[in-house]
Design a protein around this ligand. Structure first.
Ligand code: SAM
Ligand code: SF4
Length: 352
């Protein structure tokens, strides 16, 4: 543990107007990425100027404030979290807040990240040393050519090397796969088989209408990309028996178990299943904006109070005020008559 990490004084937990305790913070540590996935970004994305982005020290102070207010799980995301300069320092410092031995000596139950896997070969050992135990890795195809079509700039081999390193380092791995019509719909079985053989959990995700994504041929329209998970499930059922599982992570995924192999499969269906009732999470961007709901525009600025004073009281008040505005739920819709996204910001702003 870094020796200059101050102990935390816990204060009253965050409870929203619908009596939901906020115990999970997702932090987008950068809006930048080494890939340009077709459903996520336009190829010619304009990124934020550095002056607007919180420093590693500021990100740490904000995360500590949330942990002081009862957050027990932190997930770093992006953009690509592992391309942010200094991110490993942040991870080590946040790792010092973990309750590593379960004896209540730390305030945090879990520190994890969602990554595209491209930097895992470099960082897996250090992640484990910092206390990370699980990572979510996004991978939509096992075909190298398709991988480059989807990510525009990515190389499948690098991600597979990263996965091997993560596995060797002892990290538990969950693969997140966005189901894409006409792109990976024919790979559903192959992906499930591969994940099962590797010992990875696998979760399928539906495309969500967030942000403009550019106008390359065949990728410009989310109606064209959308492949409902009911169809993914139907495909899997052609070969396997799927039993609904009561496994719950507090997240939006619903889980099924493959009876023949015992493998767990998750399905995140934000458009067809409303998962808001049990929402325990809020999302912080790399500029210090807090989104209380993934599917709504309302947000709170925390960079102002963070930079205004070294007094944590001001920051805590701003966080508490934001939580009073957490809405009951979202109203995403992929509408054939509307080409504009339901929410104008990109997924890389909040990191999913
Ligand atoms: N770069 C990291 C990665 O790809 O895992 C973290 C950030 S990325 C924005 C987080 C997740 O959001 C990825 O699993 C990605 O597939 C998913 N995602 C991005 N845009 C999406 C969209 N429009 N609909 C559904 N999922 C999306
Ligand atoms: Fe980058 Fe992740 Fe978005 Fe792909 S999904 S462009 S890897 S942030």
């Amino acid at each position: 543990m870094p020796d200059d990490v101050r102990p935390l004084q816990q204060s009253a937990p965050l409870i929203d107007p619908f009596a939901r305790a906020i115990t999970y913070l997702r932090v987008s540590v950068t809006d930048r990425c080494d890939f340009r996935c077709v459903y996520c970004m336009a190829e010619d994305m304009t990124f934020l100027p550095k002056s607007e982005v919180l420093s590693i020290e500021e990100l740490e102070r904000l995360c500590r404030a949330f942990v002081r207010l009862g957050v027990r799980k932190l997930r770093l995301t992006g953009g690509e979290p592992l391309v942010r300069r200094g991110v490993m320092t942040l991870i080590e410092r946040l790792g010092a807040l973990l309750d590593r031995d379960g004896l209540g000596r730390g305030a945090l139950d879990e520190l994890t990240l969602t990554t595209n896997g491209s930097q895992l070969a470099k960082h897996s050992d250090a992640l484990v040393r910092a206390g990370v135990r699980r990572v979510n890795v996004s991978l939509d195809t096992l075909d190298p050519a398709k991988f480059t079509t989807i990510t525009r700039w990515g190389k499948l081999e690098k991600v597979l090397d990263g996965l091997a390193a993560a596995k060797a380092a002892g990290l538990a791995i969950k693969i997140n796969t966005v189901a894409l019509k006409g792109v990976n719909e024919d790979e559903i079985h192959r992906l499930a088989e591969w994940a099962g053989a590797e010992g990875f959990d696998l979760t399928f995700i539906e495309v969500m209408p967030l942000g403009e994504i550019g106008a390359d041929v065949g990728t410009a329209n989310r109606v064209d990309q959308f492949f409902p998970l009911s169809m993914v499930r139907a495909r899997l059922k052609e070969r396997w028996t799927l039993d609904e599982s009561d496994h719950a992570t507090g997240g939006p995924a619903r889980y099924w178990t493959v009876r023949e192999t015992g493998q767990r499969l998750g399905f995140i269906t934000p458009l067809t299943h409303n998962f808001c009732e049990s929402c325990n999470r809020v999302r912080l961007t790399c500029t210090g904006t807090l989104y209380m709901c993934l599917g709504q525009e309302d947000a709170a600025d925390l960079r102002g109070p963070l930079r205004a004073s070294g007094d944590d009281g001001l920051l805590d008040d701003a966080i508490r005020e934001a939580i009073t505005r957490k809405p009951k739920g979202h109203d995403f819709v992929i509408d054939r008559r509307r080409s504009a996204p339901a929410v104008s910001r990109h997924m890389s702003v909040t990191g999913g």
